[in-house]
Design a protein around this ligand. Structure first.
Ligand SMILES: Cc1ncc(COP(=O)(O)O)c(C=O)c1O
Length: 496
């Protein structure tokens, strides 16, 4: 019998049960694979972990099977009601994409073969690489949210097929996407959207750039030309702020990533970049320069979603001195769809944000906008089911990670924010489950080098305004990759 989430089995709270059909597909001499998993959980729970991975695939298969019929009926109904074609062939594609690669890889529709998960190899990803092989490297250095892939494999109904006549012309309006964004914020309660302008761009990356230009070009009250602004962020800051602040050598602003904040004045205003929850350490932040007249803030809420942190009691609501940013990539995992948005109550600011988006790309790609609309409509219709999925996975990862770090004294994992009331679920003691582990090497040595030494690709603290004794590990990978990451961390932290 398979559990849909697997988390309890993985923690060893319930006996791991074996699905005969699934297990029999594995060769009995598959020792390397067993070794890798038992390294972490011991023999019994290693079985649980295997069952978890396999069960997920099986649950997906079952879900997909039953959805095929439902999907066809739903598709016909939707076509009749909306005249909008809906892909109904997706369920089979989605499950075979994993099955073809033995559950250790995935074949995307536009690829010729399998993309193997970390430390698996071969045309169909059947061969495990030895954990200490030079080619066995776990990718924990990006923020690519593959965590969500499994959820979407099980939910192929959230697909859209776009007929060739649809929107061949130019056009900036994406009312369906705007409606879908507002609906998701109303469902979660993480941002006030009533009476607010929403400006949508190509990912949050574009909206960070747009917000820098829009805020730095706000005309001062006396009508004079806007002075050059200083861009500042508290350390450790998201490394992705430096290039947008420096690359174009704009006369409107310059970057200053000092440890001490600059003092905002009329002649030298400051735009503060505030990431909350923070990347890399998950800390909840508010602007350090809030009390100054000549300070504005870009509030980057990429991680303000229920799978990472408690939803505040009242939706965040800012005046015209702040711009709130959100992104689809960290909400649902659709990073490649490249949709991010800004929320502001200020019509002039919204117009400047829109002007920047128009300048860079003309307008938003329609296909991305439609895909994002359908994904977000699914999120609202399912009352945020994907958040529950990602949350369970991340909580389980944090438990395993913390248990490992507690057994050693050479490295320190960041201390997480205290438990808090979560307004979305109503849970009173909601533990945070951030997207990244922020780790300090306590002897002051190069933490990135330590990770590299055991085949973990990570990001040095240096890029975040911290020292080389810190390293950031991404936790948004696929479950099998996370298991391999833990095995490698165990080698580093608890050497035999
Ligand atoms: C804090 C923060 N802001 C913005 C982004 C960029 O998001 P997007 O993928 O929408 O460009 C990221 C991506 O990791 C991020 O961590």
């Amino acid at each position: 019998m398979c559990k849909s989430s697997g988390t309890r089995e993985q923690r060893g709270e319930v006996p791991a049960s074996v699905d005969v059909d699934v297990v029999e597909r594995r060769p009995p001499e598959d020792k390397d694979r067993v070794d890798r998993e038992s390294l972490l959980h011991g023999e019994r729970s290693a079985l649980g972990a295997k069952v978890l991975t396999l069960c997920s695939a099986k649950v997906s298969l079952l879900a997909a099977g039953s959805m095929t019929l439902n999907g066809v009926l739903l598709g016909v109904l939707l076509v009749l009601l909306t005249k909008q074609p809906v892909a109904v062939s997706a369920p089979l594609d989605a499950t075979s994409a994993l099955d073809e690669c033995h559950g250790h890889g995935i074949r995307f529709a536009d690829a010729e073969g399998c993309t193997c998960f970390d430390c698996w190899t071969g045309a169909t990803c059947y061969e495990p690489l030895p954990l200490d092989a030079a080619e066995c490297v776990v990718q924990a250095g990006s923020g690519t949210p593959f965590l969500f892939e499994e959820y979407w494999v099980a939910h192929p109904e959230a697909a859209i097929e776009i007929t060739p006549f649809n929107h061949v012309g130019y056009g900036a309006d994406v009312p369906r996407l705007e409606r879908a964004i507002r609906a998701v914020h109303r469902l979660v309660g993480n941002a006030e959207v009533d009476g607010r302008h929403i400006v949508i761009g190509v990912g949050s990356t574009e909206m960070i750039n747009a917000a820098l230009f829009a805020l730095s070009q706000s005309p001062p009250a006396d009508g004079a030309a806007p002075p050059e602004a200083t861009i500042w962020a508290e350390r450790p800051y998201y490394s992705g702020y430096i290039l947008p602040s420096t690359f174009f050598e704009s006369r409107s602003f310059h970057w200053r990533g000092n440890a001490t904040p600059p003092t905002p004045t009329a002649a030298a205003p400051v735009i503060e970049l505030v990431t909350s929850p923070n990347n890399p350490d998950g800390a909840l932040r508010s602007p350090r320069l809030a009390e100054y007249d000549h300070a504005t803030a870009i509030m980057d809420h990429a991680y303000l979603w229920p799978h990472f942190t408690a939803t505040p009691e009242t939706p965040i609501s800012y005046g015209s001195e702040r711009v709130a940013l959100f992104t689809l990539s960290k909400a649902t995992g659709h990073a490649a769809t490249r949709i991010g948005w800004a929320i502001t109550p200020d019509a002039d600011l919204a117009a400047r944000l829109q002007q920047f988006v128009g300048l860079i790309g003309g307008s938003l790609p329609r296909e991305s906008a439609l895909r994002a609309s359908v994904i977000l409509e699914h999120v609202t219709a399912s009352r945020g089911e994907v958040f529950g999925f990602a949350r369970e996975r991340l909580l389980s990862r944090w438990e395993r990670l913390q248990a490992l770090f507690e057994q050693q004294a050479a490295f320190r994992l960041q201390r997480l924010e205290p438990l808090a009331l979560d307004a979305f679920t109503g849970e009173e003691a909601y533990p945070p489950s951030p997207a990244y582990a922020w780790i300090e090497r306590l002897d002051g040595g190069d933490a990135l080098a330590s990770m590299a030494g055991v085949g973990i690709a990570a990001r040095s603290g240096l890029g975040y305004g911290a020292s080389a004794a810190y390293v950031r590990l991404e936790l948004l990978m696929r479950e099998p990759d996370f298991v391999t990451l833990l095995a490698k961390l165990q080698r580093l932290l608890l050497p035999a």
